[in-house]
Design a protein around this ligand. Structure first.
Ligand code: NAP
Length: 458
């Protein structure tokens, strides 16, 4: 895949980048390795100071960075600005909390293990490789980088090939904030070069956010090398609506969940599973609101839905819709690409789905919703759990017992009640089943790439 910025709103190639050759890759790995020896000996207070300086830079740069994101992958500009500011928030969160998340612990009764003192300390692993997707070009990377660097690790980034400007922006960011040179380095390489980087003995662990095939490939290399891996993969999140739900609020949030990031969010509600008693009322509201969305230039503040990030991504979405329609699905809204330059796809709602349709089991990475009518909560959970994914989920219900029942029975890394799934620095984030393993964010996220060392003293 060429490493280039192509404006998805027009299809025009803006800038092409030369991949790093093997000598440059070697130089950058060596820099990250050397920086890891320095960084592990710095104090939390020092690292926190550099982190806050990094957050200051991002906040001061919000308009320029947001325009870069929208140019490279097409999300509406207001969402790009929000992404940049969320990155700064996450950086400050780890600056302020890393030391307590990684505080040493002492066993209250060391005599139980025949010791005078015993406990644990957290230590950094060293160089960690991050393989990242284009859908949140800064956020996905910062979600990894802020905890990794605060723990005293250094980072190497292999970013998606269609967001090289974002990759190079991140390459400089932490150094500008004061971190030692080499603490965070971008590798402009293709996906075929990733295995060799994982195999390099100086690289201690890998995290990948992306598709299931990419996850399988990276995890198998990491497995061969016996190196720690975290996988944040795809999802086809259920959004369940029960009779006691506030339907107006649920339908508005359902639209937001489905079209946020032009429908290209891993944790988006993708399958809308609605109790038969409120199915018609909910679907009418949902379809009207999907039809009312403004599709257009993502640089325009009034745009709700911009283009998909890549031409192939749009083709994948169109294929899933065509497959469902050919097998008898009804199109309640959209269902095709508008006639205009760029990789747009109209907000779409599909109903009348049967299990032989690909859209039922696969991830739709675009503004396409599927709606399912279910008789009761048991059927809702059966439909929700029937995909191979298990990233997040949302349930709309006014009944607290029913909420608890769904929390207990949904196969997912998270359940959001009467809301849509959103990630917060304070809450762990990740999935089960084919959505991956490991957690990002919160205390769990910073501990993934640390050695929990047991210390025992006679
Ligand atoms: P992708 O094709 O898997 O790409 C993700 C990253 O992996 C890119 O840097 C890509 O490089 C690299 N890559 C691809 N194949 C690889 C391989 N065989 N070995 C090593 N690296 C490889 O995914 P995407 O299309 O960019 O992103 C969409 C997917 O990511 C969706 O499934 C979405 O749900 C998932 N996602 C998950 C989360 C989460 O937190 N769970 C968050 C966001 C997105 P190239 O660009 O050079 O191919």
């Amino acid at each position: 895949m060429a490493i280039e910025t192509v404006n998805p709103a027009t299809g025009e190639t803006v800038e092409t980048f030369e991949p790093h050759d093997s000598a440059e890759v070697e130089r950058r790995i060596a820099q990250a390795f050397a920086a890891a020896q320095t960084l592990r000996d710095t104090s939390y207070a020092q690292r926190a100071q550099w982190m806050h300086a990094t957050a200051d830079i991002l906040e001061g740069d919000v308009d320029r960075a947001a325009a870069m994101i929208t140019l490279e992958m097409g999300k509406p500009i207001a969402q790009s600005r929000a992404e940049v500011l969320k990155c700064a928030k996450n950086i400050r969160f780890y600056a302020d909390n890393a030391e307590s998340f990684l505080a040493p612990e002492e066993l209250a009764d060391p005599t139980a293990v025949s010791a005078s003192a015993a406990g644990t300390v957290w230590q950094p692993l060293g160089v960690v490789l991050a393989v990242m997707p284009w859908n949140y070009p800064l956020w996905q990377v910062i979600r990894f980088a802020a905890p990794a660097l605060m723990a005293g690790n250094t980072g190497l980034l292999k970013h998606a090939s269609n967001v090289p400007q974002s990759a190079l922006y991140l390459d400089e960011l932490f150094e500008k904030g004061g971190f030692p040179a080499g603490s965070f380095r971008t590798l402009l390489i293709g996906s075929r070069e990733v295995a060799a980087v994982i195999e390099d003995s100086r690289v201690k662990a890998v995290t990948l956010t992306g598709s299931e095939p990419a996850g399988r490939s990276v995890a198998s290399t990491a497995g061969q090398e016996i190196k720690k891996a975290v996988l944040e993969l795809g999802g086809s999140d259920p959004f369940i609506v029960m009779p006691s739900a506030d339907l107006d609020a649920a339908s508005s949030v359902a639209v937001k969940a489905r079209i946020s990031n032009n429908g290209q969010s891993c944790i988006a509600g993708k399958r809308f599973i609605v109790h038969a008693d409120v199915y018609d009322a909910f679907v009418d509201l949902f379809v009207d609101k999907m039809k009312a969305l403004t599709v257009g230039d993502p640089m325009d503040e009034a745009t709700d839905v911009g283009p998909l990030a890549t031409e192939s991504g749009r083709a994948d979405v169109a294929e899933l819709v065509e497959d469902a329609v050919a097998k008898g699905a009804q199109v309640l809204a959209g269902g095709s690409a508008p006639d205009r330059p760029g990789w747009f796809y109209s907000p779409t709602v599909l109903a009348g789905l049967t299990d032989d349709m690909r859209v039922v089991m696969e991830e739709t990475f675009g503004p396409v919703a599927s709606v399912y009518k279910v008789a009761d909560r048991e059927e809702a959970v059966r439909v929700a759990n029937q995909t191979t994914f298990g990233l997040s989920s949302a349930v709309w219900s006014g009944d607290e017992n029913e909420q608890d029942w769904f929390v207990a029975n949904l196969d997912a890394g998270a359940v959001f009640l009467n809301g849509m799934t959103v990630s917060y620095p304070e809450l762990p984030f990740g999935g089960i089943k084919d959505s991956g393993y490991g957690r990002e964010l919160a205390a769990a996220g910073i501990r993934e790439f640390c050695n929990l060392k047991t210390v025992w003293k006679a």
